[in-house]
Design a protein around this ligand. Structure first.
Ligand code: FAD
Length: 520
């Protein structure tokens, strides 16, 4: 993918696009893949980098959602479990199975969760990931050697999916490009053009790199801006009633010693009645999350002190060595694009189903849902958009469409496994220039070759794009990422033909972002 080429394609286009998609998160990227693979002409515009929003800040679970089962939302669980199976089938290089242990400290927990998790697996039908099982105290300790032992009776193990969210996002963008879509990062939609019939027939945007305006014509516009959906709707209807109830969720990352095994911990009932996970992820321990309603979404949200304290306290109730603020290597915050319903007691109680809303102007907004259900959301949205735009009917093909990088045994590439089939080309790059194989930091596996790859092939434009979303350094260890930044800036400047001033600006901007990932 080459941004200059994409930019030229968008600028030179004379005829209207079939669809313009606003937003390059899981929802927008999924729609671009779906629409382009059906044969529609699509343009996707993302105001920052692909995945800058919520889609790089999830718990990284591909799941039906045990919690939604408890809430009685069986149809959502069944749909998500089916999508979980399709995601693993179509992107096996990024979606894997993970064992989750619910530790039991009360006598009733084993039978209660044992039955619930059996139902969870039955609902998955042929898309099941493995039978749940009741564990003895010893078996629980074998899987979770760092769990608190006082009062521990045993546990229940069940299986769900885990993935790397921003890597999948980039691979979806690449898949859409391969299917013929035009996709641009750093282009922000600022307004719409409305035709004489009162319907939206164009989009006004600004290229954040050059400052130039871009005007494009289209048969239909899909607003896939997640937590920002209402802001985009207000660009055309300033009085639009809000449909999103934004709520933020925090994750803390610790080193691997807090959870050294290959199983995750699932706490089904925290003090505030939510679910909490501690998960092994990329050689670290990811713990979260919270659910705190917020007034307005921002691109780089900050964790509240109470949220950090709550996660530390809950983790401390289950781990032998309670983690402290000093152990936090990275803190990330994502905003859920939950769809409002009257009468919900809290954002935690709001449905994770998706909603499609069509304005009088014809602007189609798709919001809500989960990462796990992105494909199904996209199928629904494209069906509706095609009908609205009177486009010829074309069948959805994404159920069996391989995602870019598809490789059934990517684990054999070690740390490069997240690149799937692309790992072979990155390995070639390293063989041709051995210094490129040297990691950029002793605590993380990321190499110089991956920086070049991100710039040459994956449309990374800034130091942050590389360190936060092409590789996951910033999400794993903010200090290490800061230490890597100058070398990343130097390598990128050489690739992009940029000078020392560009590097200095990049480093200053990255420092600001990295500060949001550190506890003060
Ligand atoms: C803490 C947390 C944990 C979660 N964990 C899980 C999980 O484990 N599993 C799961 O399945 N789901 C999970 N989810 C849900 C999932 O992450 C989200 O449902 C999903 O990422 C939303 O994607 P999106 O594309 O709708 O929104 P986003 O990813 O936020 O994308 C919207 C994009 O629109 C762009 N945009 C906004 N305005 C404009 C404009 N004017 N012009 C151009 N672009 C614009 C933004 O920059 C942004 O990139 C979690 C969510 C949170 C918050």
């Amino acid at each position: 993918m080459n941004r200059a080429e994409m930019r030229q394609r968008a600028a030179e286009r004379q005829s209207p696009w079939d669809m313009v998609i606003i937003g390059g998160g899981a929802t927008g990227a999924g729609i671009a893949v779906d629409a382009a693979s059906r044969g529609y002409d699509v343009l996707l515009l993302e105001q920052h980098d692909f995945g800058k929003g919520t889609s790089s800040r999830s718990t990284k679970l591909v799941h039906g959602g045990v919690r939604y089962l408890e809430q009685g939302n069986i149809s959502l669980v069944m749909e998500a479990l089916k999508e979980r199976g399709l995601m693993r089938q179509n992107a096996p290089h990024l979606v894997g199975d993970l064992a989750f242990v619910v530790p039991n400290y009360d006598w009733w927990e084993a039978p209660f969760y044992g039955v619930g998790l059996k139902v969870y697996n039955v609902l998955a039908g042929k898309y099941g990931f493995g039978d749940s099982q009741i564990l003895s105290r010893e078996e629980t300790l074998e899987r979770l050697p760092t769990i608190k032992t006082e009062g521990l009776r045993g546990g229940v193990v069940y299986y769900d999916g885990q993935f790397d969210d921003s890597r999948l996002l980039i691979n979806l963008i690449q898949t859409a490009a391969e299917q013929g879509a035009t996709l641009l990062n750093y282009v922000r939609v600022t307004g719409f053009n409305v035709g004489p019939d009162g319907f939206v027939d164009g989009v006004v945007a600004v290229d954040e790199e050059s400052g130039r305006e871009l005007r494009v014509g289209t048969r239909v516009v899909i607003n896939a801006t997640g937590p920002f959906s209402d802001g985009v709707r207000r660009l055309i209807d300033p009085g639009a009633a809000p449909m999103i109830a934004p709520s933020q969720g925090v994750h803390l990352v610790f080193d691997r010693s807090f959870l050294p095994g290959r199983s995750a911990i699932m706490v089904p009932h925290t003090k505030d009645g939510r679910v909490m996970f501690a998960i092994p992820w990329h050689g670290h321990t990811l713990v979260g999350t919270t659910d705190t309603p917020i007034a307005e979404p921002v691109l780089e949200p900050r964790a509240f002190d109470e949220e950090v304290a709550f996660i530390l306290e809950t983790a401390g109730q289950y781990l032998h060595r309670p983690p402290t603020r000093a152990d936090v290597l990275s803190v990330s915050v994502g905003i859920r694009p939950l769809v409002r319903t009257d009468g919900a007691a809290s954002t935690a109680a709001l449905s994770r189903d998706h909603t499609i809303h069509i304005e009088r102007s014809g602007l189609l907004t798709v919001a809500g849902g989960k990462w796990t259900t992105y494909r199904h959301m996209a199928e629904d949205a494209v069906n509706q958009a095609a009908m609205l735009a009177r486009l010829p009917d074309k069948a959805c093909v994404t159920r069996t469409l391989n995602i870019h990088g598809f490789h059934p045994h990517a684990e054999k590439f070690g740390a490069l496994g997240v690149y799937g089939s692309d790992a072979l080309v990155i390995q070639d790059l390293m063989r041709a220039h051995p210094p490129l194989a040297v990691p950029l930091h002793p605590d993380l596996p990321y190499t110089r070759a991956e920086v070049l790859w991100a710039v040459r092939v994956e449309m990374a434009r800034s130091v942050e794009d590389v360190l936060a979303r092409r590789c996951r350094a910033l999400f794993l260890d903010a200090q290490a990422a800061r230490a890597m930044a100058p070398e990343v800036a130097r390598l990128m400047a050489a690739e992009l033909g940029e000078d020392g001033a560009w590097q200095r600006r990049q480093l200053a901007a990255f420092e600001e972002t990295a500060n949001c990932f550190r506890l003060a």
